[in-house]
Design a protein around this ligand. Structure first.
Ligand SMILES: *Cc1c(COP(=O)(O)O)cnc(C)c1O
Length: 808
């Protein structure tokens, strides 16, 4: 799109005007890691809680980007064209709104509390035969996600479907401006309290702003909506129990539909209430669009569940799999390739890709663009599956093609995949889940799922308590508190935390080998590991004179200069650290040398989580302040000072000093229930039911016959035992798990790889999922029963339990 700078200035509401020049903008970007058409990209420099893209502009310039929208003063070479605005996010939205105005085809805008993404995906599945659809990928419905979705419209499209999500008052106007929906859909509104609104009315008022310029609003007929919606907007309604444009009645697995005095029935593919409501919304929309009822009757039973996540899984032969085996449109390919770049653990990046549907381009243009995308992302090898991709995709590295998934599975030597990161992306009909199943590392069905978004949320929660200048060190010791270190470290590097803290040198080496570049402090370095640490640029915690002497010796042999070290002072924990009597020796040694430099000085609190020990904590803090002041002045240095751990931040925030060290809180466990409520659960330990035994009264279960049925009972055996990290003492009716959301107590003794539960009143079948801990059964609860702390529960989960990382 050719735009004059003056026009663009006007659109963006620029403060500083720029030269009159025509820009050729072919792409916009907000993420320095996923650039494509560098010289034709308009880069919007966003500032997040943890990430300020302004810091990376010189890198972007070096890569060839020339058009920038910024909100801070930046110094870039003179041929960069810089638009300075008050708010880069608003500028992004204004720019996309301007772009959106070029198109006049119908656009569906969807909002509501629940079901937005599902309704969008289902409408897409249902309307595919009739339109060339542009839709938001995944659940891209935020202030940033919506503009990034809408900018993908091109001349070939003739229907848009976009979803809008808001979390605070006054956000919807911006999204309305970007989407400009002509047809509005309101899905279920849900309870009021779960978003940033005080009442349901207030929330609805805000949501309904999306439809203020639409021609029609499609929704359930309710009094609340009737009272809230604008008179101007036509209302096309559905209902289960009153007259509406479309009336539904559910009888078992059939939905009866009454529309304009004709009646027809559809078989329901899903029968839970939420799904039925979403199906009602879809049918009503199809009827509004005058889609033939015969088609509706055929198509609804074919609806597929909507997979919303990109999943990262461990593959065979040290491969990492990114499973996106449920969609293959051009937009979501872009997203998946970005994710591949973020997650890759290996040099080698392989993409297995099926034919791509519904792009709005002709096959020639489409596959040319796909080739471009794959090359720009430096994919090492591409495997195409399908007839279209086989004929049309050219000029990509190491391209191999197969007509269908079966042929690929038969002909390709799957064992030859080795130490590579593999993106598996295909549309549903290709059944790429079969490929994923073949390539997945075979472990038993017990998994620990880690929600990376929850980690980001928790980090933001603690950062929100700190001054913007306070640095953050995140403790990823003990394998990220049992959650997995590399994947979490990668996320934290993206969030620009200042340091990672590990316990041993080996952990730090692993992170370096996996490509983590941010500073890493080793908290319990062993003298024997110093050389390795230096080789991998890991910074030692130094806690006594002997250790310092050893390190200085090695530093001298290696000709180091100002190597960063971190001094630990023992202010009352009496674990590791210098005390007052060591100071003269310490100061003497450091005065004489420039082999090392004190990067930081710190101490650790023994009782930051105990209100009753407040005095002791304050005393530790005071001691630290006194001692660190003394050492600083003697050495005339100004290192980073830090003392607070997670509960320290929560209870003693005024002593944050220059840096804090967050551990457990990041993983979703706070100091008390108040704090817990503001954190998101990170880890879910899941397993499956292996067998169900109906037993008679008086039958016994398991080793030692410690469970005896008091009546006829249903016993389920599940695939987790003490070798997975479940304490044996959790058995015999003390502990419980959740099966289909209901409590089931552990029956009898826990075995090594299995345990039995009493599922007498629970509707359960073989293969059902069992939650050992997660959102609805928190680790804190289990720790109470184990008579320990959540730290121990988390770090007990055995490494044989497969970790799966995901992002919403
Ligand atoms: C583990 C550790 C922390 C983090 O503690 P949390 O209570 O998990 O926040 C902080 N500092 C040191 C020295 C640690 O060893």
């Amino acid at each position: 799109m050719k735009i004059e700078t003056s026009v663009l200035s006007d659109v963006l509401k620029t403060i500083t005007p720029v030269t009159k020049k025509e820009l050729n903008v072919l792409d916009i970007s907000i993420d320095s890691r996923s650039l494509r058409n560098t010289e034709n990209t308009l880069f919007f420099t966003l500032k997040g809680n943890n990430h300020n893209a302004h810091d990376f502009l010189n890198d972007l310039y070096a890569k060839g980007v020339r058009y920038f929208v910024v909100s801070q003063n930046v110094s870039l070479p003179s041929d960069a064209i810089v638009f300075k605005v008050d708010d880069t996010l608003r500028a992004l939205q204004r720019f996309v709104a301007f772009y959106r105005k070029k198109y006049t085809f119908p656009v569906i805008g969807i909002t509501g509390s629940n079901g937005k993404t599902i309704v969008k995906e289902w409408l897409n599945q249902l309307l595919l035969p009739f339109y060339n659809i542009i839709k938001s990928p995944k659940s891209y419905n935020s202030q940033v996600g919506v503009p990034l979705s809408v900018i993908a419209i091109n001349d070939e499209h003739n229907l848009g479907i976009f979803e809008a999500g808001i979390s605070q008052p006054n956000e919807m106007d911006f999204l309305e401006e970007v989407i400009q929906p002509t047809i509005g859909i309101l899905t279920n509104i849900g309870p009021a309290h779960n978003e940033g609104f005080s009442t349901k009315e207030e929330k609805l008022q805000e949501k309904i702003k999306l439809f203020k310029n639409a021609n029609v609003l499609i929704s359930e007929k309710t009094d609340l909506i009737a009272a809230s919606k604008s008179e101007k907007v036509k209302w096309f309604t559905w209902s289960f129990n009153q007259t509406a444009n479309v009336q539904f009645k559910k009888i078992d697995t059939v939905l009866k539909v009454n529309f304009e005095n004709t009646e027809f029935s559809v078989d329901l593919p899903f029968t839970d209430l939420a799904s039925v409501e979403n199906i009602a919304t879809c049918i009503t929309t199809l009827l509004f669009l005058k889609i033939d009822t015969k088609y509706i009757v055929e198509a609804i039973p074919q609806l597929q569940t909507v997979q919303m996540r990109l999943q990262v899984k461990k593959g065979m032969n040290d491969c990492l799999l990114i499973d996106d085996s449920y969609s293959s449109d051009y937009q979501s390919l872009k997203i998946a390739l970005d994710f591949l770049e973020q997650q890759k653990t290996h040099q080698q990046k392989t993409v297995i890709l099926s034919d791509i549907f519904q792009s709005g381009f002709t096959p020639e243009v489409l596959y040319q663009k796909v080739a471009q995308l794959l090359n720009q992302n430096h994919v090492t090898r591409v495997i195409g599956i399908g007839n279209k991709i086989g004929t049309h995709l050219t000029n990509v590295p190491q391209f191999q093609s197969y007509p269908d998934t079966e042929t690929f599975l038969n002909d390709f030597n799957l064992r030859s995949f080795r130490s590579e990161t593999i993106l598996i992306k295909g549309s549903r009909s290709f059944q790429f889940e079969k490929i994923v199943a073949e390539l997945e590392e075979k472990t038993h069905e017990t998994v620990l799922e880690i929600n990376l978004d929850a980690i980001s949320h928790n980090l933001n929660f603690y950062k929100s308590k700190l001054k913007p200048t306070t640095k953050v060190m995140v403790m990823v010791k003990a394998f990220g508190y049992g959650n997995g270190s590399y994947e979490i470290a990668k996320l934290l590097a993206h969030h620009q935390v200042s340091y990672l803290g590990v316990a041993f040198a080996d952990e730090g080496v692993e992170l370096r080998k996996a490509g983590i570049k941010i500073p890493i402090v080793v908290m319990n370095p062993e003298n024997s590991a110093f050389s390795t640490m230096i080789a991998y640029n890991l910074e030692p915690e130094i806690y006594n004179i002997d250790e310092l002497n050893t390190f200085l010796q090695i530093a001298e042999n290696q000709n180091l200069y100002n190597y960063p070290i971190h001094l630990k002072l023992n202010t009352g924990m009496n674990r590791l650290g210098f005390v007052e009597k060591d100071f003269d020796g310490l100061i003497n040694l450091l005065k004489q040398t420039n082999l090392v430099e004190v990067a930081s000085m710190f101490s650790h609190l023994a009782t930051s989580d105990m209100p009753e020990e407040r005095e002791f904590t304050l005393q530790q803090i005071q001691t630290f302040q006194k001692w660190s002041t003394y050492i600083k002045s003697e050495l005339n240095i100004n290192p980073v000072l830090h003392i607070l751990n997670t509960s320290g931040i929560y209870n003693f925030c005024e002593y944050q000093m220059d840096m804090v060290r967050v551990g457990i809180g990041l993983y979703g466990v706070g100091n008390d229930t108040n704090e817990d409520a503001q954190l998101q659960n990170v880890a879910t330990l899941k397993t499956v039911v292996l067998q169900i035994n109906d037993v008679e009264k008086d039958a016994t279960v398991g080793y030692g016959r410690r469970f005896k049925a008091e009546k006829k009972s249903k016993i389920a055996t599940i695939a987790i035992g003490y070798a997975d990290g479940i304490r044996r003492s959790y058995g015999n009716g003390k502990g419980y798990v959740l099966v289909n959301n209901q409590k089931a107590f552990i029956a009898g003794t826990i075995c090594m790889d299995m345990l039995m539960i009493d599922a007498t009143n629970i509707d359960v079948k073989i293969g059902d999922e069992v939650i050992v801990f997660g959102n609805d059964l928190r680790i804190t609860e289990i720790a109470k029963i184990w008579e320990t702390i959540p730290y121990e529960v988390m770090t007990s989960i055995s490494q044989r339990v497969k970790r799966i990382f995901y992002k919403e």
